[in-house]
Design a protein around this ligand. Structure first.
Ligand code: APR
Length: 243
C-alpha cells in the first residue's frame, strides 16, 4: 500500500492536470449517510425513491421533509480530513478540478473553489414554475413558496431521471478528457455519467486511481486502487505536495 501511495503521490506532483471525482463516501466520515450504505434510509424510505421528480410530484411534502431533514443533518456536520486534503491539493496543484456528485456543500466549506457540483446543492432552491432560484441556508417550511410567483419551490438538486445542467456536464467532460491523472474517491460508480468518467479519462491517456474501502464495478479497470477511507488516504497524498 505504501508503495502505491508513493507512486500516486509522484503522479500528483508531476505537474499534470488532475481531476478528482467524489461521491458520498468522502462525506461519510463527517457523519453524512451515504446513499446506498446501511444508514441510507430515512423513515423506511430509500433516498433513491425520494430523490425523483415523480416522488416530488406525488408527495411534495414528504420529499421536502426529507430534504429539510438532510439540510438540518448536514448543517450539524463538518468537513473531514478528506475534504480538507482536497482543498489543500487545489492550492498545491496548478491544474486541478474537483467534480462532486455530493450536494452537501462540504467541499465548499472545506475551502475548495475549483469545484463542479454535478448534482446541484442542498443549499439552493428554485421555483417549479418561474425562473426564481437562490442560495438559502435558512430553515424552510415543508412546502416553501416562491416569493416571486407564489408557486412551490423545489430543492436545487438533480434528481434521478433528470438531465444534468448542460454547462456543468460539458465542463466536467472537457476536464476529464484532458486529465493526466484521474482520481475517483468515495463513489459506488453506479450512477451515470460520473461512473464512466474514468473510461473517458483512460481513453485520453490519463492514469486512473480509485480510493474506496470497498470495491466498485470500476475497481478492476483502474491503474491504482487504494483501499481505505478517504479521510486517511487523501491526507497522505496531499501531505507535502507543494514542497
Ligand atoms: N471513504 C471513501 N469511500 C467511502 C467511505 C470512506 N470513508 N465510506 C464509504 N465509502 C464508499 C462506499 O464504499 C461506496 O462505494 O462510498 C461509496 C458511496 O456510494 P453511494 O452511496 O452509492 O454514493 P455515490 O456514489 O456518491 O452516489 C452517486 O447517486 O443517489 C445518487 O445523486 C446521488 O450523488 C449520488 C449518486
Amino acid at each position: 500500500m505504501q508503495a502505491k501511495l508513493e507512486m500516486v503521490k509522484a503522479l500528483l506532483s508531476g505537474g499534470g492536470r488532475v481531476v478528482v471525482l467524489t461521491g458520498a463516501g468522502v462525506s461519510a466520515e463527517s457523519g453524512v449517510p451515504t446513499f446506498r450504505g446501511r444508514d441510507g434510509l430515512w423513515k423506511h424510505h430509500r433516498a433513491e425513491d425520494l430523490a425523483r421528480p415523480d416522488a416530488f410530484a406525488a408527495h411534495p411534502e414528504l420529499v421536502w421533509e426529507f430534504y429539510n431533514w438532510r439540510r438540518s443533518l448536514v448543517s450539524g456536520c463538518h468537513p473531514n480530513a478528506a475534504h480538507l486534503a482536497l482543498a489543500a491539493m487545489e492550492r498545491q496543484i496548478p491544474n486541478f478540478l474537483l467534480i462532486t456528485q455530493n450536494v452537501d456543500g462540504l467541499h465548499t466549506r472545506a475551502g475548495s473553489h475549483k469545484l463542479l457540483e454535478m448534482h446541484g446543492s442542498l443549499w439552493r432552491v428554485r421555483c417549479t414554475v418561474c425562473t426564481h432560484a437562490r442560495e438559502d441556508f435558512s430553515d424552510l417550511p415543508d412546502l416553501p413558496d416562491c416569493p416571486v410567483c407564489g408557486h412551490l419551490l423545489r430543492p436545487g438538486v438533480v434528481w434521478f431521471g433528470e438531465p444534468l445542467t448542460p454547462g456543468v456536464l460539458r465542463l466536467a467532460i472537457e476536464a476529464v478528457g484532458k486529465a493526466d491523472v484521474f482520481l475517483s474517491v468515495g463513489t459506488s460508480n453506479l450512477v451515470q455519467p460520473a461512473a464512466s468518467f474514468y473510461q473517458l479519462a483512460k481513453d485520453h491517456g490519463a492514469v486512473t486511481v480509485e480510493i474506496n474501502p470497498a470495491p466498485t464495478p470500476n475497481t478492476g479497470f483502474m491503474d491504482f486502487a487504494l483501499h481505505g477511507p478517504a479521510g486517511e488516504i487523501l491526507p497522505e497524498l496531499a501531505a507535502g505536495l507543494g514542497e
